[in-house]
Design a binder for this molecule. Sequence first.
Ligand SMILES: [Zn+2]
Length: 494
Amino acid sequence: MTCQIPVKHDFVSRRLRKVAFALIVGTALPAFAAEKWIEIQSPHFVVESNASEAKARDAARAFEEIRSVFQTAFHGIRVDTGERTLVIACQDDDSLKSFLLDYAAAKNRAQLGGWFQPTLDTDYAVINVSSYDATENAYHVIFHEFTHGIVRMNFGPIPAWLNEGFAEYYGNTVVKQGETDLGQVTEGQLYLLQTAPMIPLLDLLKVDIHSPLYNERNRSSMFYAESWVMVHYLRSDREALQNHLLQKYFIALGKGEDAVSAATEAFGDLGAFEQKLKAYLRRQGFSFMRMKPTARLDDKALVARPLSTAELLAIKADFFARSGHLKEAGPLAAEALRLSPDLASAHEAAGYAAYREGDQAKAAAEFMKASQLDNKDSRPPFYLAELENGAQATAHLEATLAINPDFAPAQSKLAFAYLNNPATRDKASGPAIRAAEIDPASLNYLANLGEIYLALGRSQEARAVSERLTRTARTPEEKAMASSFASRATGSNN
Ligand SMILES: [Zn+2]
C-alpha cells in the first residue's frame, strides 16, 4: 500500500535523475571510504547506520517497539511480513540525500524526515536520525507505513478512511526511553480539524484510492486528519469502546457490506454519529495510553558490527536498483565487487540491477553466485526461478520457500509451476492457499487460487473463492476482477 502523506509524495520527475547520477558518481564514492557505518541486528530488523551506535540502537528499539505495540494491542495478530525490513538510519540530511536521489535533486523542497520504500522482497525505511531529536513523534511517517503493512496482512482490503486512520493513529506512537505512548494527538491535525471545514462523514466513508479527496494535495490533509480522529474516537472514547463500535464495523465489512452501510450498521444513525465526532473534537483533553516498553530489549539483543565499504556500496546499489535508479545501481555494485569479489550482497545487487535491465545471462550468473555465497537469502533463488522454466524454476521456488515460507509471490508462482507439471499438478492448490493467507489484502492471490481450482476441475471450491472475492472486493479494479472470475466460476459445471 502506497499512501499519500504529503511529506513523501512530493518527489521530482525523471528528468532530474541525470543530476542525481552526476552527484553519486562524482562525489559519493570517495566519501564512502571515510564514512563509518555500522549494522545493528535486532530480533526482527536490520539497521544500517552512520549515526552514533547509540542512535542506531535507538532506531532498532523503536522498530521493535512498534512491532510489539501491535502484538500487545491485538491478540493473535501477525506482525511479520514475508519481506525483510531494512532500516537505513542516516546521521543527517546529506546522508539521507545520498540514498534518496530524487530528494537530493529536488529544489526548494521541505526537509524530509524519512522515506518508506516497499518493494516486492524488501521494505526499506530510510530515516534521518538527526531530525528525530527535534520532534516527539519523529517516526510518524515510518510507523504510519509499518501500520499499513500490519493492516494489510491481517485485515485484507479495508476502506481507505479506516486504513489511513489506523496508520495515522499508530503512526503517532511515541517511543521514548522507558515509556511508549499510544494514541497521542498530533497537534497539527487537531488544529486543522478544529479550524477548517470538515469533509461530510458520508463523503469521507466513500473515499477510495481514485477519490479526489484522497489524491488532491490540499484536501488530503483533511482526509488524513478526519480519518485519524475517527479511529482515535473508536479506539479511545469510553462509549465507543463499551459499544464495541470498531469490532461491529469490522464484522459488517466481513459480511461484504460497503463502507457506508457497514458504518450505519455499526455506528447507527450517521448524522448523530457525525455530531458525536464533532463533540469529541471539542473536548479539552484527549486520552492516550502510556505503556512500559513491551519489546524490552537490552543491549545484548542488539548485535552491532562495522560495515565494510563494499557492504555499504552493495546496500546502496540494492536500494537504488529496487527504487527505480538502475543506472546508479550498476556502477556501485561493480565497485562493491571490485573491493570484495566474494560478497554475496554485492552479487545479489548486481544480479537484480542486471535483471531489471533485461540482461538475463548476467542476472542469472550473479544470482547463482549470490546463492552459493549466502544460502540464507531467499531473494537470489526467487529471481533465478523468474529466469528459468520447468523443473529448474520449480526447484528454485522450493529453495526460496525453504528459506522464507512467508514470501507470498513465491508461493503463488510455485502453485502455477506445480499445475503445469502432470507429476505435481495435484499439489498446486497448497501454495496458492498459502499465498492468499499470507497476503489477504492482495486479491490477486485469491483470484490465482480460484484459477488453480478451475484448472483442477474443483468447481465447488472455485465458486467458494468467487463468493469470497465478491464479498471482499472494494475498489473498481477488484470488483471487475471478482465479476470476471465469477462469470467463469459459475459457468463451470460439476
Ligand atoms: Zn497511508
